[in-house]
Design a protein around this ligand. Structure first.
Ligand code: 6XA
Ligand code: ZN
Length: 343
C-alpha cells in the first residue's frame, strides 16, 4: 500500500489549546505524523511519496468558498491585529445570535467560521492544511486509478470540519473532499466509514442530505463526549440522504468486544449500500491509553479492524484522523493497514 505524506504538516506546530480550563500544548502535534510515517517505513508497508498539488475546486464543493478564503486569511489577519502566539476563537454565533453576517474583525471571524476553540492557527497552519488536502486527493487518485488501497497520512485531520466551520483540530475535511473527488472521478457511490473515537460531525453534515455518499460513524456517545451536539443514533439522513447516514454511539469504557460488534453492523450497512470505493476516516484515539478519550481498544486489536475492512472487498482509501497516545499512534494506525494488507 502506498502512503502519501508531506513534511509541510510540521509548519502547523507549537500551537496551544484550551483543555479543561487551561491553555496547554495542543495534543494534535507534528510528532504524531512523524511517528506514523516511521512505523510505515519500519514495517515496509510500501513506498512513501509526497503529494501532488491540487487546486481547491473540489474543496469548494463541500465547503463554502468564503470559509476556505478565511482559513487562508486567518493568520495574516491575526498578525495584522498585532498578535502572535496561537490564534483561537472565543465567541460564537449560538442560537439567537446572527450567524448570517460575517464580522470584519479577526476575533469575530474566528468564531463565525468555527464551532469550538480547537482549530487554532499559527504561521504554518494554512500551508499544512493545504498539504493535508493534497495528501488526501493524491491518495484518492491512486485508488481511483486502480490501486486496491492507499494511505493518506493527513495532518491536520479533517472529519470535524463542516461546510463553513473549523473545530476539533480540523480545517478542510480531507475525507469529505476525497469522497467528492472520487464521485467526480466516476465512482457511483462512496461510503465513508469513520472509526475515530469522536463523531465525525463535519463529514455527516456535509453529506447528510445526499444519497450518493453514505456516512457511517462508530464513536463515543455524544451525550458524554465531544463533539456533544451531533452523533446520535436518530440522525439517519435527510431527503435523498435518508437512510445513508448511520451513527453507532458507544459508552465510555467500550472494549474491543463491543466495538467490533458495532463494526459488524457498520460493515453490513456498507455491504448493503455497495459503494464503488470506501473512504476510512482512520482515528486511533479508541486506544485505551489515549489521553483525551475513554474507549479500551488495545494494540493487537487494530490489525483485526483492518482485516474486517478488507473483507468488504472494496478499494479503500485510508485517511488519517485522530490518535494522541503519541508513542503508540504508529503501531495502532499502521496496525490497521497491515491488518488490511494481510486480510
Ligand atoms: C476537544 C477534543 C477534540 C477531539 C479531536 C479529535 N478537546 N477528533 O480527535 O477526532
Ligand atoms: Zn478523535
Amino acid at each position: 500500500m502506498i502512503t502519501i505524506h508531506s513534511p509541510r504538516h510540521a509548519g502547523h506546530g507549537g500551537n496551544t489549546e484550551l483543555n479543561s480550563g487551561a491553555i496547554v500544548p495542543a495534543f494534535e502535534c507534528p510528532r504524531r505524523a512523524e511517528i506514523i510515517r516511521a512505523r510505515v517505513e519500519e514495517v515496509g508497508l510500501g513506498p512513501v511519496r509526497p503529494p501532488e498539488a491540487h487546486g481547491l475546486d473540489t474543496a469548494r464543493r463541500v465547503h463554502e468558498p468564503a470559509y476556505l478564503d478565511f482559513l487562508e486569511r486567518a493568520w495574516p489577519m491575526w498578525v495584522a491585529a498585532g498578535r502572535d502566539g496561537t490564534a483561537m476563537p472565543f465567541v460564537w454565533p449560538a442560537p439567537g445570535l446572527r450567524a448570517d453576517v460575517p464580522p470584519r474583525d479577526i476575533d469575530g471571524l474566528l468564531g463565525f467560521y468555527s464551532f469550538d476553540a480547537g482549530a487554532t492557527f499559527v504561521a504554518g497552519t494554512w500551508d499544512a492544511v493545504r498539504s493535508s488536502h493534497d495528501v488526501a486527493l493524491t491518495a484518492a487518485a491512486l485508488v481511483s486509478g486502480g490501486e486496491p488501497a492507499a494511505f493518506a497520512l493527513c495532518r491536520p485531520p479533517g472529519h470535524h470540519a463542516g461546510p463553513r466551520a473549523a473545530g476539533g483540530y480540523c480545517y478542510i475535511n480531507n475525507a469529505a473532499v476525497a469522497a467528492q473527488w472520487l464521485r467526480d472521478a466516476g465512482a457511483r457511490r462512496v461510503s465513508v466509514l469513520d472509526i475515530d473515537y469522536h463523531h465525525g460531525n463535519g463529514t455527516q453534515t456535509i453529506f447528510l442530505d445526499r444519497g450518493d455518499v453514505q456516512v457511517v460513524n462508530i464513536h463515543a456517545d455524544p451525550m458524554v463526549e465531544y463533539p456533544y451536539f451531533l452523533g446520535h443514533a436518530d440522525e439517519i439522513g435527510t431527503g435523498p440522504g435518508e437512510g445513508a447516514n448511520l451513527n453507532l454511539p458507544l459508552p465510555h469504557g467500550t472494549d474491543f468486544t463491543d466495538w467490533s460488534a458495532a463494526l459488524e453492523i457498520a460493515c453490513a450497512e456498507i455491504s448493503d449500500f455497495d459503494p464503488d470505493i470506501l473512504v476510512v476516516s482512520l482515528g486511533v484515539d479508541t486506544f485505551h491509553a489515549d489521553p483525551i478519550s475513554a474507549f479500551r481498544l488495545d494494540t493487537p486489536e487494530y490489525p483485526l479492524i483492518g482485516a474486517r475492512i478488507r473483507a468488504l472487498e472494496k478499494p479503500a482509501l485510508f485517511v488519517m484522523e485522530g490518535g494522541y497516545a503519541v508513542e503508540a499512534v504508529g503501531l495502532n494506525a499502521v496496525g490497521v493497514l497491515t491488518g488490511f494488507e494481510e486480510g
